[in-house]
Design a protein around this ligand. Structure first.
Ligand code: ADP
Ligand code: MG
Length: 476
């Protein structure tokens, strides 16, 4: 037999072995752990397999090695052992494919400059040139910020509905629309989406979008150049005026005054005004009462802090758009850990995606935690492993000392596994660190616990609820 047909035979055996393993461990585990394995060769009764990272090797050895040996011996009784090697340069996809995905990622999500490839800027007036002679006032719209890219959930459904209403209305439904909420929760996104929608429905309408800072800056410059008449005219000729982050207007009396007059003039002419801020009109600091009450006259819609469900939905949408093969476990982990705002959440996903794609590694919980190490420490809600052990012990009615003990009875072993699982999910400790805190156990024991709990969660709803409850309690 020549080497070629030897190899074919070997690959056929591997195909049969891996297919049988797949039937035993399920699709997800297979995709994550077995599919990336490359079967290299068989020499001196030893099969050699390769995986791209140490972590994967540890996992495969801890979880599947014995079974792989048995299955392989079943296919070829000359095989006595199976060795798993680390081959760091190994690519799980073809190089071309990986390269094009990386390029797509960069072009799409990582570095897309605001409003790139956009002919339409934030100001679409026919006399745009006239505007530009005085320097560009309007900010360009961001092409990514459209309604269909906005994930709706409880915290933002009202703001979203209000935004849609304004964008689709023939006349002015409420004036102004005042969107407010914390940083990174989607105010700018919604404003851009409104602008796009209005322009798509009726390109002849003049929409002007700009930040309050820019508004102020332009105004101050106009004052200096004694050109305020032009300045006013520019604003007063638009159909829809959007000013983002108006909290920055607070305290600047002259600008506020001008803003107030512009505002009134536009409202009187039936033009739509849309504003955003990080606070409600009543809470804006350094803003005159008469302006506050004017702002309160329209519709005030707030965007609340994100919930876990919304964060997860956003991650799923983004991952799909980026054509990322992100395991659910990773998305759930990110949704649990990055709670500050959507911008940070997106940033975290982008970082993990860029990293895993560039170095050709699998996106796993472990790589995610590695890549986001600094961010996770900062976001850590200081849930300690001790706290987890205490809560879990209380919940299952066992002694805390059993978290460290060598007892293997299921009544204590299972809660211990749950505690390890939660330690992995809720803290940024590494597997060996967690192992040490559980009576000096090995990191493979922790890995096994994580996997076991994941499996049980899938099959046992009561158990899944227990774990979820504990998690919520610990997250406070
Ligand atoms: P804000 O203006 O409130 O500070 P942004 O509108 O700039 O926040 O949003 C920050 C990032 O988060 C943007 O990239 C935006 O697309 C994204 N984002 C926020 N909310 C959502 C959402 N509900 N669905 C999808 N993306 C969102
Ligand atoms: Mg913004």
């Amino acid at each position: 037999m020549d080497i070629g047909s030897d190899d074919r035979q070997f690959q056929t055996q591997w195909y049969r072995v891996s297919s049988r393993l797949k039937a035993e461990i399920g699709e997800t585990a297979f995709e994550n752990w077995v599919k990336p394995i490359k079967a290299c060769d068989v020499k001196n009764a030893e099969v050699r397999l390769a995986v791209p990272s140490r972590f994967m090797r540890d996992w495969v050895v801890a979880n599947y090695l014995d079974r792989l040996k048995e299955l392989w011996a079943g296919e070829n009784d000359a095989v006595r052992s199976v060795e798993v090697l680390i081959q760091p340069t190994m690519k799980t996809k073809s190089d071309d494919e990986a390269a094009s995905q990386t390029a797509g990622l960069e072009g799409d999500a990582l570095a897309a400059p605001a409003g790139s490839n956009d002919a339409k800027a934030g100001m679409n007036s026919a006399d745009q040139s006239g505007w530009e002679s005085g320097g560009q006032i309007a900010a360009p719209l961001d092409n990514r910020f459209r309604f269909d890219q906005f994930v709706v959930g409880k915290p933002n459904e009202f703001a979203y509905a209000a935004a849609r209403r304004v964008a689709e209305a023939q006349s002015v439904p409420f004036n102004p629309l005042f969107l407010y909420g914390g940083v990174g929760l989607g105010k700018t996104h919604l404003m851009n989406a409104i602008a796009w929608e209005i322009l798509e429905r009726d390109p002849s309408r003049t929409v002007m979008y700009l930040s309050a800072e820019k508004f102020m800056y332009r105004f101050v410059r106009a004052l200096r150049e004694q050109n305020t008449v032009d300045f006013k005219e520019q604003f007063r000729s638009v159909d829809v005026l959007m000013i983002d982050d108006v909290q920055f207007i607070g305290g600047r009396d002259a600008t506020q005054e001008e803003f107030f007059h512009t505002f009134n003039a536009l409202v009187d002419q039936g033009r739509q005004i849309i504003l955003s801020a990080d606070k409600s009109p009543s809470d804006l600091e350094g803003v005159e009462e008469r302006l506050k009450s004017r702002l309160n006259c329209g519709l005030v819609a707030d965007i609340h802090a994100t919930t876990y469900e919304l964060r997860l939905a956003i991650l799923e949408t983004k991952a799909e758009k980026m054509e990322l093969e992100a395991p659910r476990q990773v998305l759930e982990f990110l949704a649990h850990k990055i709670t500050s705002n959507v911008r940070e959440l997106e940033g975290a996903l982008n970082r993990v995606a860029a990293h895993t794609q560039l170095v050709g590694r699998e996106m796993t919980l472990e790589t995610t935690q590695e890549v986001l190490h600094d961010l996770l420490r900062a976001n850590d809600r200081r849930v300690t492993i001790e706290e987890i052990q205490k809560r879990v012990a209380e919940h299952f009615n066992i002694r805390i000392s059993d978290m460290h003990s060598a007892r293997r009875a299921r009544s204590v072993a299972r809660p211990r596994q749950v505690a390890m699982y939660l330690a992995k999910q809720l803290t940024s400790r590494s597997l060996p660190e967690i192992g040490r805190k559980f009576g000096g156990r090995d990191h493979t024991t922790v890995m096994h616990a994580v996997k076991k709990v994941d499996e049980l969660r899938d099959h046992d709803t009561t158990f899944a609820e227990d774990v979820e409850l504990l998690r919520r309690m610990l997250e406070g």
